[in-house]
Write a protein that binds this ligand. Sequence first.
Ligand SMILES: O=C(O)CCC(=O)C(=O)O
Ligand SMILES: [Fe+2]
Length: 203
Amino acid sequence: MPLPLQASLFDGQDDPEVAPLTGIRRVPLSATAWIDLLPGWLSGADSLFTHLSESVQWRSETRRMYDGVVTVPRLLAFFTTPLPHPILTTARTALSEHYDTEFTTAGLCYYRDGRDSVAWHGDRLGRGATDDTHVAILSVGASRPLLLRPRDGGSPTSRHPQGHGDLLVMGGDCQRAWDHSIPKTTKPVGPRISIQFRPAGVR
Ligand SMILES: O=C(O)CCC(=O)C(=O)O
Ligand SMILES: [Fe+2]
């Protein structure tokens, strides 16, 4: 049974809004990869969380592995236009302007509890395999850390907690040269939804 969204997460504001992106802070990962962080970018995140959890047609996916078929440990949804809430259109437009790159798709993940996760990977399907790409992730709900580590093992794993309304953008060659993950946890943790905005041809 997933925990309900903790009352302490509720910010008491009805309509979600995004702040200007001017306050975003860049953290270089290497000479060619970076992440941008803007905690609390979205206010009124509770109503977005509730709306998405109740109105999106979440699907469970299976993947073929060497030794059989496994269920992906999170629920998924995928949108281009329209997006499932007007604030996501506002957010996508703001990101496209700020990064001068058109974010066209939104992948949504629903992590029901600490057993849900995403294993180490880079978003390297399609153009991300060869080109520098941006992937912008907006989080709502319970905080879960996003971990990053270089594929060549050159630097240690870094850990970036993604809380209610927080924005994290990966750029440069982050998808090709680095992997990211959301690890499982045995600690009690409520549900989290992430919205990943990507340019066309990147998965
Ligand atoms: O949920 C997240 O923050 C990350 C999801 C992710 O890496 C992906 O779907 O490719
Ligand atoms: Fe990813």
